[in-house]
Design a protein around this ligand. Structure first.
Ligand code: GMT
Length: 376
C-alpha cells in the first residue's frame, strides 16, 4: 500500500508516533510518504520505503500569515497523484485533517482519509471555540478516526458527540529494539551526571504549561532533601524561563542539569532511576512508555490516558495533578528501597513489551487502511 503520512515535524509525541509507524510499515513492505513542513525529527534513518515531501512556504506580501493549511492540501494532492497514494493518514486534527479533507475534494479519484487524534488536538486546540466547527468537520469527514487511548476516545465523544463508525482506539507502541534497559554499560555516562553515586531523576517534555515542569523541580527539591540525587531535564519550550527561575529560587542550580532538546532519548532514559511526568493533561504519555520500556519506573499524574499506560503500584505510581508532596513520597519509596525499585523496573519492561508492542499497533493501522480503501 502507498500511505501519505501527514504529521508535525517538531518535537512532540504525535510526530514520533507517525515516524515510528512509518518505519514499521516500511518494514512490512508498504511505501510511506511523509508530508510535512520539515523532515520529522526522528526520521533520520534511511529506509528505501520511506519518502519525505516538504511543504514549501510561499512569500507573498499580501499574505500576513502564510496559508500553510492550503499549501499542505495542494502538496497532498500533488504527491497523491504523482506516486499514486492509496490512503492519507493525518496525525492531529487541526490543521492536518482539514488539509487532507480539502485534498480529498480536489482529487478526481477517491482518497480515503484516516485521522489519528493525539490529545492536544482535542483537549486544547479543539477546546478553542475558534476551532470547534473545524474539529467537528475533521471528525465527521474522516473515513476513520482513531485515538491513542480509551480516555481520549471518551473525551472526544463527550466534547463533540458520537463519531460515525466510532473511534477506534490504537494505543501508542514501543519497539524494544529501540527502547530497552542497558545494564552495566552506562557507568561512565551516569558518573558524569551523578559523580558521587547520586540517584538520577529524569523529565523529558516540550516544556509547555500543560507538562507542569515547575512541579518536577518542586518534587525534586523534596526528594533531594532526603536522598542525595540529581535531576536531568530534557527538552525546551515556553515554560523554560519559569523552570530556570524555580531552580534558582530553590538553590538547586548545582543539582539540576538542562540537556536541551535531544534527538535520541533512549540512552538518557537508560541512565535514570525514576521518570517524572506530572502533566495537567496527557492523552497517552508516550515518553512514560519509553521510560518503562527502558526499565525506569514512572511517577505521574492520574490524568487522561496515563492510567492506561502506567500501572499504579506495579510499574510506577500515579497521584492527583499538583500533588507535589504525594509524588515526592512516591519517588522516595522507589529510591529508598532497592528491592522495590528492581521489581518495578522489571515489571515496567515486561508490561511495556507485552501491552504496547509495535507489531500489534502496525497491524491495527493496516487493518484500518484496508477497511477505508475497500470502502472507497
Ligand atoms: O505531549 C505533547 O505536548 C505533544 C503532543 C503531540 O501532539 O505531539 O502529544 C500528544 O500526543 C502524544 C502521542 O500520541 C501523547 O503521548 C501525548 O500524551 C499527547 N499530549 C497530550 O495529550 C498533552
Amino acid at each position: 500500500m502507498k500511505i501519505g503520512m501527514v504529521c508535525y515535524p517538531s518535537y512532540g509525541g504525535s510526530g514520533v508516533v507517525a515516524t515510528e509507524l512509518g518505519y514499521a510499515l516500511g518494514e512490512r513492505g508498504h511505501e510511506v510518504h511523509f508530508i510535512s513542513s520539515a523532515r520529522p525529527f526522528r526520521l533520520h534513518r534511511f529506509h528505501e520505503k520511506l519518502f519525505f515531501h516538504e511543504v514549501t512556504d510561499v512569500n507573498y506580501p499580501v499574505f500576513k500569515f502564510p496559508p500553510y493549511t492550503l499549501l499542505l492540501a495542494n502538496k497532498i494532492v500533488e504527491v497523491a497523484n504523482f506516486v499514486g497514494l492509496d490512503v492519507i493518514h493525518a496525525h492531529y486534527a487541526i490543521p492536518h485533517s482539514i488539509s487532507a479533507y480539502l485534498a480529498k475534494q480536489m482529487m478526481t479519484r477517491p482518497l480515503p482519509l484516516v485521522t489519528t487524534l493525539h490529545g492536544t488536538d482535542i483537549t486544547l486546540v479543539g477546546a478553542f471555540e475558534e476551532f470547534n466547527l473545524l474539529t467537528r468537520l475533521a471528525l465527521r469527514e474522516s473515513d476513520r478516526v482513531t485515538a491513542v487511548s480509551d480516555a481520549l476516545a471518551r473525551e472526544t465523544e463527550d466534547a463533540f458527540g458520537t463519531v460515525d463508525r466510532g473511534i477506534k482506539v490504537i494505543p501508542n507502541f514501543i519497539d524494544p529494539k529501540n527502547y530497552s534497559p542497558k545494564h552495566g554499560l552506562l557507568a561512565r555516562c551516569r558518573s558524569h551526571y551523578a559523580p558521587c553515586g547520586e540517584k538520577l531523576l529524569l523529565h523529558i517534555s516540550n516544556f509547555r504549561e500543560v507538562k507542569r515542569v515547575v512541579d518536577v523541580v518542586k518534587i525534586f527539591a523534596l526528594v533531594e532533601k532526603v536522598i542525595s540525587s540529581r535531576l536531568l531535564l530534557v527538552g525546551d519550550g515556553p515554560e523554560m524561563v519559569r523552570v530556570v527561575r524555580e531552580v534558582l529560587r530553590l538553590g538547586l542550580e548545582r543539582k539540576v542539569q538542562f540537556l536541551g532538546k535531544q534527538e535520541s532519548v533512549q540512552e538518557i532514559l537508560q541512565m535514570a532511576d525514576v521518570f517524572i511526568l506530572p502533566s495537567e493533561k496527557e492523552s497517552f504519555g508516550l515518553v512514560a512508555l519509553e521510560a518503562m520500556a527502558c526499565g525506569v519506573p514512572v511517577v505521574a499524574s492520574r490524568v487522561g490516558g496515563l492510567p492506561e499506560v502506567v500501572q499504579h503500584g506495579r510499574t510506577g505510581y500515579l497521584a492527583e495533578v499538583g500533588d507535589i508532596q504525594g509524588m515526592s513520597e512516591d519517588v522516595l519509596k522507589l529510591l529508598t528501597n532497592d528491592g522495590l525499585h528492581r521489581a518495578f523496573s522489571e515489571q515496567a519492561v515486561s508490561w511495556a513489551r507485552a501491552s504496547f508492542p509495535v507489531e500489534r499497533a502496525v497491524e491495527s493501522y493496516e487493518a484500518v487502511y484496508e477497511e477505508v480503501v475497500r470502502g472507497s
